[in-house]
Design a protein around this ligand. Structure first.
Ligand code: SF4
Ligand code: SF4
Length: 278
């Protein structure tokens, strides 16, 4: 069995406790307007082209078996480009290949309370592979986290619950209409799944991207807090300030970018205060 993966980041400190390796699955069923990894959204591999790096040497067209008219992801243009202007985003890996990569840092995980995080995109869309790799990691004593937006049937959570130490669960906004407007989907299923996980008492961190135009008010955070507390107690609530660092990636895959306002430090402090003592 293989999965479509677009990145593997070692020594990450931002996707769960301790030092971690984060494995990014390709394909997502949401379309968040502020997404800083737009290359994660399509489940297919795609070529990213960084125009500002290109010197127009023509090597890519020369080596491409299809004259750059369509891509069969052979990777030659990336390999031969002298300026790293072309990047093939998305590669197939077996579970054994991913495990071999993840296991390299086991010592660091053990010493820091870290482990592996499966992220995306939405890693739960490739559930058969996810279940297999989670089992392998658990069998090797590696702490496992699954980063999800939660828009999947609860049966998928039930399959991986026994092999997942921690869920990192995104919470975009409480209002269903607003959620649909900015992510493309209603949040009913997402909230139902979150409620069930909290009621089960499974270790879970809630992660809220803060976008001032969408959810950046104390009132919205209070609504989210009230929802969480009515169903259980997450281990942690992380507020992640919006940033525009993914902007150049939109151009690289030929898409228009939508830019939002980055919240100030003072605003983040106010919003984080809502979750104190949770
Ligand atoms: S990856 Fe291969 S087929 Fe795709 S554009 Fe590059 S050279 Fe052409
Ligand atoms: S090989 Fe790289 S630098 Fe040369 S034309 Fe292609 S993208 Fe541009």
């Amino acid at each position: 069995m293989k999965a479509e993966i677009f990145d593997i980041q070692r020594s990450s400190y931002v996707d769960g406790p301790g030092i971690r390796t984060t494995v990014f699955f390709k394909g997502c069923n949401l379309r968040c307007a502020w997404c800083h990894n737009p290359e994660s959204q399509s489940c297919r591999p795609e070529i990213m082209f960084y125009r500002d790096k290109c010197v127009g040497c023509g090597k890519c067209a020369e080596v491409c078996p299809n004259g750059l008219k369509f891509c069969t992801r052979c990777g030659k243009c990336e390999l031969y480009c002298p300026r790293d202007a072309r990047k093939l985003c998305g590669h197939e890996y077996t579970a054994d290949e991913i495990f071999a990569e993840v296991a390299k840092d086991k010592l660091f995980y053990d010493n820091s309370g870290g482990g592996v995080t499966f992220s995306g995109g939405e890693c739960m869309l490739q559930i058969d592979f996810l279940e297999e790799i989670l089992k392998k990691c658990r069998a090797a004593g590696i702490h496992t986290a699954v980063d999800t937006a939660g828009h999947v049937p609860f049966e998928l959570f039930e399959r991986i619950l026994p092999h997942t130490n921690l869920f990192l669960y995104d919470f975009k906004c409480f209002d269903g209409e607003l959620h649909k407007q900015y992510t493309g989907v209603d949040n009913r299923l997402i909230l139902e799944n979150l409620a069930r996980l909290l009621e089960l008492g499974h270790p879970l961190w809630v992660r809220i991207p803060v976008i001032p135009e969408v959810n950046g008010t104390v009132e919205e955070m209070e609504r989210i807090r009230a929802f969480l507390m009515s169903h259980g107690r997450p281990e942690n609530v992380e507020l992640l300030p919006y940033h525009a660092m993914g902007e150049h990636k939109y151009a690289a895959i030929g898409r228009d970018v939508r830019v939002f306002t980055a919240p100030s430090d003072a605003k983040m402090t106010d919003l984080r205060r809502v979750f104190e003592g949770i």
